[in-house]
Design a protein around this ligand. Structure first.
Ligand SMILES: [Zn+2]
Length: 570
């Protein structure tokens, strides 16, 4: 048996995620994890909330909570909503938990021993009234590039330029609004990425053969531009304390590690959390000297995260010179946009995971977001496309096939799998077509081609409808009941096979089908001859028609939601 470690980019703690976040990391990772488990592989799918940094502190302040309480609540919310969407994490950890503290401090210590960390003096904005430094988003002011008056310390939302807080004109504190501000010297730790640049390039050269173009091109763009040494500490209270030899580092008592240093380490930290909670061994997943050699590590992320996963995190891992497992395949996604613009968490623009589930069952979203995954380029969500995917694929093709044959078996064969007769020419053609189709689907799933996988699955559903159309059991039953029995038995088994093949995409509907038809091997991927796979439901076994699997989306609903969520620009 082979093993696969799967991680999806850590959702940030400041609120429920929108559908774009879901489509670009967690959902495709879940589909892949479910597929691999069905294939009988040992899967560990790890995710966690990313809880440090100024946005978390500011969101907590806006909510009138201390940051620990805020993160506790938001983590619980994100965990619940992810479960409701069927995201099958083996562990959903927290970057603020103890294992990540220990590991982050360990990496910093080792990197310093390797000569890759040094203290430098920085100029930082200091608020005299607040008696503290104002890193990143704690300071706003006028953009030096475009004169926008509310530019944030790390970036101008108007012109998009990345900023340094000291560049702002007429800066003010986001905490108090005070303009009583000066620039002071402060010490920070720097990770000397320039010294590991060659090692990272060699590693990318050696490993990127199987990465998608999107991932590889972003990695080389950053390497070709040249890496810079990066500050990995901040003047904040909420975060991982900076230690030296196990004690607070002198001069760093009021500083913590920068969120971008500790967040990717939480992939390991969350695995330790899982191991501690379940009495398992985490090192066989992460330490190549402890068995983590016979496994594939696959990461899922949006394209904005690729540089951190191909350059920054490898700088930490490779720089340590310790035997850590590095990523084998990086699957990156473009943006799922909201009509012409972007989904926005801060502006609550678009549909968010909680609102989505209030409208419709998770499978409908899961299907649309995988069938339209933003793989080759950015894609735009529209209600019309969503309606079309649900109605034409799920309701008209899969739902129609399953309900039609189950109802027919109920009314004409007393609710059991009919016996008698033997497969004929039509069935042999169906088996051959299915075999080709399943091989295609399996290959696309292994390659993590999400859209092509959904297309291959839909093509398999279509085969069933075509078969029923030609075989016409409703005609056969009048003249040749044995023949009708063969058709119905074949089609019922095919519905059961669809449940297994569809389960990674639409696990809730798959379970409904399996339950109604008595499919006992739902979580297993077909690997044998199709003719054998289609004998799982034995003659005489009781079956029922599942309740309606997918309700069609009406035009009135589309109109209502467009109005409510502010869909298409007028
Ligand atoms: Zn600007």
């Amino acid at each position: 048996m082979t093993r696969v470690l799967i991680t999806s980019a850590l959702p940030y703690i400041n609120g429920i995620k929108h559908l774009g976040n879901l489509a670009g990391s967690m959902l495709p990772a879940d589909v892949f994890a479910r597929f691999k488990r069905a294939r009988g592989e040992e899967v560990l799918y790890i995710c966690a909330t990313d809880e440090h940094g100024t946005p978390a502190e500011l969101a907590a302040a806006a909510a009138g909570q201390d940051v620990r309480t805020y993160c506790d609540e938001q983590h619980a919310l994100q965990k619940a909503i992810s479960a409701a969407f069927g995201l099958s994490f083996d562990w959903f950890g927290r970057s603020s938990n103890a294992p990540n503290h220990r590991l982050t401090q360990h990496f910093a210590q080792v990197l310093e021993e390797r000569g890759l960390i040094e203290e430098r003096t920085d100029k930082m904005v200091y608020s005299i009234d607040d008696r503290r430094f104002l890193p990143d988003r704690y300071v706003e002011g006028t953009c030096p590039h475009c004169a926008f008056p509310k530019a944030r310390g790390d970036q101008c939302d108007n012109c998009g330029n990345l900023l340094d807080p000291v560049d702002l004109i007429d800066p003010y504190s986001v905490i108090s609004g005070s303009r009583n501000i000066e620039v002071r010297d402060t010490r920070h730790l720097y990770l000397l990425q320039t010294r590991v640049e060659e090692r990272i390039r060699a590693w990318v050269d050696a490993n990127s053969e199987n990465w998608p173009n999107l991932t590889r091109s972003i990695a080389y763009k950053h390497l070709d531009e040249g890496l810079i040494d990066r500050g990995i500490t901040r003047d904040l209270e909420w975060g991982i304390p900076v230690l030296k030899d196990g004690a607070p580092r002198p001069g760093f008592e009021n500083k913590v590690f920068y969120v971008w240093f500790d967040a990717p380490i939480e992939y390991i930290g969350a695995t330790v959390e899982w191991a501690e909670a379940q009495g398992k061994d985490w090192e066989r997943w992460w330490r190549t000297d402890k068995g983590a050699t016979d496994l594939e590590y696959v990461q899922f992320m949006g394209k904005d995260n690729v540089a951190f996963h191909t350059v920054s995190f490898p700088a930490t891992i490779l720089g340590s010179e310790e035997p850590w497992k590095t990523v084998d395949r990086l699957k990156a996604f473009n943006w799922l946009n909201w009509y012409g613009g972007k989904f926005s968490t801060s502006e609550r623009r678009g549909v968010f995971m909680d609102a989505a589930l209030d409208l419709l069952p998770p499978d409908l979203w899961r299907w649309y977001l995988t069938a339209n995954a933003p793989e080759g380029s950015d894609t735009a969500f529209t209600w019309e496309q969503f309606q079309s995917a649900v109605n034409k694929d799920l309701a008209d093709v899969l739902g129609n096939f399953v309900n039609r044959i189950a109802k027919f078996a109920e009314s004409k064969f007393g609710g059991v799998v009919p016996e008698g007769g033997a497969p004929g020419e039509l069935e042999r053609k169906l088996f051959a077509d299915l075999e080709t189709g399943i091989a295609d689907l399996t290959a696309q799933m292994e390659a993590i081609e999400v859209r092509k996988s959904a297309q291959a699955l839909r093509a398999l559903w279509v085969l069933g409808n075509e078969y029923l159309q030609v075989a016409a059991p409703w005609t056969a039953i009048k003249t040749d009941p044995e023949r009708a029995a063969v058709i119905v038995r074949t089609a019922l088994n095919l519905a059961g096979l669809y449940a297994r093949l569809s389960a990674p995409f639409i696990p809730f509907a798959a379970e409904k089908i399996a339950e109604a038809l008595g499919v006992s091997n739902l979580a297993s991927w077909p690997s044998g001859r199709v003719a054998d796979e289609l004998t799982v439901l034995s003659p005489g076994a009781a079956i029922g028609a599942p309740e309606v699997l997918f309700r069609k989306i009406e035009d009135e609903q589309v109109a209502e939601w467009t109005e409510r969520f502010g869909g298409a620009p007028a």
